[in-house]
Ligand binder design. Sequence first.
Ligand code: BF8
Length: 626
Amino acid sequence: KLTTVEEFEAATARLLETGAKVGADAWQIRAKNQTPHCKFGEQGICCRICAMGPCRITPKAPRGVCGCDAHGIVGRNFLKFTAGGAATHSDHGREICHTLYCAKEGGNYQVKDPEKLLRIAKEWGVETEGKDIYDLAHEMAEIGLMEYGKPFGYQRFLDRMPEGQKEKLIENEIAPRAIDREVASSLHMSHMGCSSLPEALVKQSLRCGMADGWGGSMMGTEFSDVLFGTPKPIDTEANLGVMVEENVNIVVHGHDPSLSEMICEYADSKEMIDYAKSVGAKGITVSGVCCTSNEVAMRRGVPMAGNFLQQENVVLTGACEAIVVDVQCIFPALGPLSKCFHTKFVTTSPIAQMPDSEFIRFNAETAGENAKAIVKMAIDNFKNRKPELVHIPQLKQKATVGYSVEAIVKVLDGVTNSQVDVTGTTKPLLECITSGVIRGAVAMVGCNNPKIRPDYAHIELMKKCIANDIVIIASGCSAQAAAKAGLMDKSARDLCGAGLKRVCELADIPPVLHMGSCVDISRMMILAAELAKDSGLQINQLPVVGCAPEWMSEKAVSIGNYVVGTGIDTFLGVDPYVSGSSEMCELLTEGTRKWTGAAYTVETDIEKLVDLMIERIEEKRTALGI
Ligand code: BF8
C-alpha cells in the first residue's frame, strides 16, 4: 500500500504543532508571507544587472534605461540562472576530482572501483599498463581538473554520444568547451552591454548546461563511483520514520558524498557505537536529506529521512542530535530552527557557511578526524534532548535503490524471451521498448517547490506513467518522493500496466528505478546515449522524456538545458521565469529543436503535463514505426 500525500501532510502538521510550541519558523509560514510574489520577477522582466536600474518592463516602459527589451532581459536572466546552476554542479564535480587526487592506500579516501577507473582511463586514452592504481587515480584526477580550464577542445565525455551527435553540437555551437569557460562566457554574455539577442542567449544557456551534464556532473558521478563504489541494487527505507527514538540520530544533508560517506563510516564504528551506548542510547542512526542522502542510500543502504521540503521536519522531530551539511539546498532557516531544539547544526564547507551553525571545516586530509569529531558531538548531545518535544512520525516505506547504468544493464540482461546469453548492453531493454512491452521511459528529476503541493506532482505523474507501461528512472528529491510513497518497493509493480509489470517481475525490479542524486542525471544521459548507440538511432529519436514537475533551483535549469541539449524533450511543472518574453518562450518550447531535436514544455496543470508526456512518447514511437 502506498503512503499518500495526505499522510505526509498530516505528519508535517503534527510536527508544525511542536514547532509552534517552541516559537519555530517554517517554510510554510515564510512562503505564505512571500505570496503573492513579485510579478516582474515571476515573468523575468526585472533587470538589475547594472546600476542605472533596476528596470522593470511595463507597457508604458517597454525598454530598460540601456534600451534592452523584455526578450533580452528575460534571456539574460535565464542565462545567468543557468550559469549559477552549472557552476554549482561543476564545482561539486571539481571537489570530487580533488578528493580523488587525495586518495591513497590506507588513507581517508581509497579507490573502491578500480575497474571503473581503468575503463575511464582507456576511454580518455590514458596509458594504464603497469601503473599503480593510485598513480593512475591521481593522473586521472588531474586530467579531470584540466577539463575545467583547458584552452582548447571540447568536453571529453562528448565522445560517449552516438555517432554524429558531437559534430552536430559543435556545428551549432552547443558543444561545451572548458567548463569554467562556459560559466564565465555566460556571465560575460549577460553583462550589461553584451548579448541581448534571445537566440544567442538560449544557445549559450544550452552550451553552459552541457558543460555541467557532460562535464562537471558527469565527472562528479564517475569519480564518485571510483572512490565510493558504483551503486548496485540495495534495500533501504524512506521517510521520517527511519529515525529511531532510542538512538542518536545524525542527519546528513547536502550533496557531496565525501562528507556523508565519512560520517557513515565513523557512525558505524564499534568505538562510536559503544560510546553512544555509554550515554544511554541504543545505537546510532544516520539518515539523509536531499541529494547526499541519495548518494549514501545508493551505496550503503543508509535510509532517507526525506527530501528538500522535509529538511526542517527532521529537526522538528526533537530527536535529531545533529544535522550535518556540506553544500547546496540547505535552508539558512536550519540555524534559528535548531536553536529552538537541542539539535546541533553543523556546517562543514567554506562554500556554505551560515549563521547559528557550528562550523567544522572538512577536507580530504583531515576527513577522518572531522567526521569522528562530528559523530562524537552528536553523541554528546543526546543527553540534551527535551523528551516532551520528541515525536517521530511513524511513516516509512521500503525501497530498493542503486540503479546505476551498470546495474540497470545487468538486471535487465536476459529479461526477454529471445535472450539466451548475457549481452552486457542495453539491447534487452531496447527489445522491451521496441516490442511495446515498455512504451518508453521518463527521467523524473528535481526538487520540491512550495508552489506545488510537495511530492504530489512527482507521485501522481509516476503512478500514471507506470500504469501506462512507461518505466521511470528517478533521481534527486523526485526519487525520494517516490521512495517515501512506496513506488520503489518491488511490490509497486502491481500498479503497472501488464507489460511493465511483467518486466519488473522478470528482472525483479521496482517500476521506479533510483538512479541517484542530481549530479547523477548524467547517468541518465549515459543510459540514453547507450540506448541510442545500441539501436543505431540518435538520442532525440528515443521514446524517452525528462520531467521536473516541482523544480526550484538554478541547478535544475542547468540540468534542463543539458537534457534538452542532449536531445531529450523536457517537461517542467514550474515556469523558469520566462513568461515575460514571447520570443524566449518560442525559442525554449520550439526553437531549440533545430539545434538539438528537443525542446521544453511548461505546464503547471499536472494532469495535463503527464498526458503531454505520454503523448510525446507515443509520437516518438509512431515516428520510429514501433
Ligand atoms: O541536487 S537536493 S532540492 S536541487 S533535487 Fe533539488 Fe533536491 Fe536540491 Fe538538485 Ni538534488
